[in-house]
Design a protein around this ligand. Structure first.
Ligand code: XMP
Length: 517
């Protein structure tokens, strides 16, 4: 197993995902982890991530000294290289110009890390690598025992190694796909140098997960809030495989779901897989609670609180359960650790069931706690969930509640559901669905004039939104073909009563958010 020490780079999770893709288990921990925790982790190798700080700052973050004393290979990336150089007796200085973006690195000699890995060869026989760089500081003197293994015109030491001790470092980012040979370089470190075995496979994760769950819960019953989203669906499938009927799912249908979604959840889990699912049709209660409410945050709070209330009512009826399962995944765990909120379990806000009555004393079961989203998806497919469900776009907890602007009314929800369905159906039909990260329709409670046949119409407006994004923090509006938008618009206006106009949202995030509320 590989220990990744995080110095705060935006790419740290990518390092972990790449290592896992190679088939090796790894964990991310903050750079200021205790020496004892490093030892207890029993790492086969350690990777030091990049980070935004400067090593030249007096109190800049440093790797725990034990990292260099354990006798295991260490790979420093960007900031990780600089701190390795500084801590082992080299020198790091601020460069007069920042290097950011593509660069060509000349690989020197035959270090075990880079040997025979190259994108091009120079006339003199040197290997050239196309890499992604992002740094201000640079190493200007190697620590004793190190040799230079890569260089660029602006960073004479773009890579260094002490092969004796198994210490390697690169100034560029092998974890990003722009570094074309990055995957091979990481694999060389993890497999070739650290000697890790590739045991982290979907099959093994499921098998280990199942035996861990069985050991943990024994004969107890487990409750799970099933939402139809990827994470809770995969938890349901995994727990069902592990403990069968000891699992009871509670599916609260808020009435704010997509067209036929409630029935699909029941068909997949109850009918097809034979999972015990209690469905609560709570649409009326949600509508009543939302009557007259216009403010988006107020709507979110009402929906969240009512969800918890209903979940608790149902859980209370299942008095024999001892465990509450949740679809917490690894990025949630890392975020909470990063936010220094202690080691507390994260409770997802939109199905926050943290307020369960104390007398129930439910213990938390989080079988996906160690997994990244892409791993969760692969698990889902392997466990037999339909791939449309597993690879579905994200859907917000408050559902259509924040896609009907202003007051949520049933007469708005119905046309919105149908418009959204048409949009998604056509995206799939035109093989555009997987090219956008999220797509949906929004109901605008605004009337506009139209004509149909001889008649004048005065009807509502539907907005379509489709975005491309990696992290949902920033997004670009998807440049869908005009012919496609034309088709979707015609279908919505022709097929749905009460809609006379369709608009397409061409705002990026920032400044606009992805959702309209
Ligand atoms: P925004 O609108 O903030 O959305 O750009 C970013 C991502 O978060 C989703 N989103 C939510 N998810 N509860 C959720 O579970 C919410 O209240 C919520 N609001 C936004 C949104 O769909 C997008 O994927």
């Amino acid at each position: 197993r590989i220990l990744i020490l995080d110095f705060g780079a935006q790419y740290t999770q990518l390092i972990a995902r790449r290592v896992r893709e190679i088939g090796v288990y790894c964990e991310i921990h903050p750079w200021d982890i205790d020496d004892d925790d490093v030892r207890e982790f029993l790492p086969t190798g350690i990777i030091l991530s990049g980070g935004p700080e400067s090593v030249t700052a007096v109190d800049g973050p440093r790797a725990p000294q034990v990292v260099f004393e354990l006798g295991v290979p260490v790979l420093g990336i960007c900031y990780g290289m600089q701190t390795m150089a500084a801590q082992l007796g080299g020198r790091v200085e601020s460069a007069d110009h920042r290097e950011f973006g593509y660069a060509q690195v000349r690989a020197r000699g035959h270090s075990r890390l880079l040997k025979d890995i190259e994108d091009h060869t120079t006339a003199e026989g040197f290997g050239l690598l196309d890499v992604w760089m992002s740094h201000g500081d640079r190493v200007t003197a190697l620590p004793p025992g190190f040799i230079c293994i890569a260089s660029t015109p602006s960073a004479p030491y773009a890579g260094m190694a002490d092969e004796e001790r198994g210490f390697y470092a690169v100034q560029f980012h092998p974890e990003v796909t722009h570094t074309r040979q990055g995957g091979r370089i990481l694999e060389r470190f993890v497999i070739g140098i650290c000697g890790c075995e590739t045991l982290w496979t979907t099959g093994n994760i499921i098998e280990d997960g199942i035996s861990a769950i069985r050991d943990e819960v024994g004969d107890d019953e487990v409750i799970l809030g099933l939402s139809g989203g990827v994470d809770s669906s995969v938890v349901a499938a995994l727990l069902h495989r592990a403990i069968g009927d000891q699992l009871i799912c509670v599916f609260v249908d808020t009435g704010l779901l997509r067209l036929h979604e409630g029935d699909q959840v029941m068909a997949t889990f109850a009918t097809h897989m034979g999972v015990r699912v209690v469905r609560v049709d709570a649409g009326e209660r949600f509508l009543a609670a939302l009557a007259g409410v216009i403010d988006p945050e107020a709507k979110r709070k009402i929906i969240g609180a009512l969800f918890v209330e209903i979940f608790e009512e149902e859980a209370g009826k299942l008095g024999s359960a001892r465990w509450l399962a949740q679809g917490t995944i690894y990025p949630d765990v890392i975020e909470s650790a990063g936010a220094r909120t202690g080691k507390a379990h994260v409770i997802k806000s939109h199905h926050n069931v943290g307020g369960l009555p104390a007398h129930m004393r439910l213990r938390l079961l989080e079988p996906l706690r160690e997994l990244f989203k892409d791993e969760v998806r692969r698990l889902g497919v392997e466990l037999g969930l339909p791939s449309e469900m597993v690879y579905r776009h994200p859907f917000p907890g408050p559902g259509l509640g924040v896609r009907i602007l202003g007051e949520v009314r049933p007469e708005f929800a119905e046309p919105l559901r149908r418009a959204d369905h048409i949009f998604i159906e056509e995206l799939r039909r035109h093989e555009l669905y997987d090219q956008v990260s999220q797509a949906f329709a929004v109901f605008l409670p605004v009337k506009s004039v139209g004509v149909m046949g001889d008649g004048r119409r005065y009807d509502w407006v539907i907005a379509l939104r489709a975005v491309e994004t990696v992290d949902f923090m920033t997004a670009r509006w998807a440049h869908l073909p005009y012919e496609f938008l034309d088709l979707v618009s015609r279908r919505i206006i022709n097929e749905i009563d009460g809609i006379s106009r369709v608009v397409y949202d061409v705002s990026g995030k920032p400044p606009a958010t992805i959702e309209w509320e």
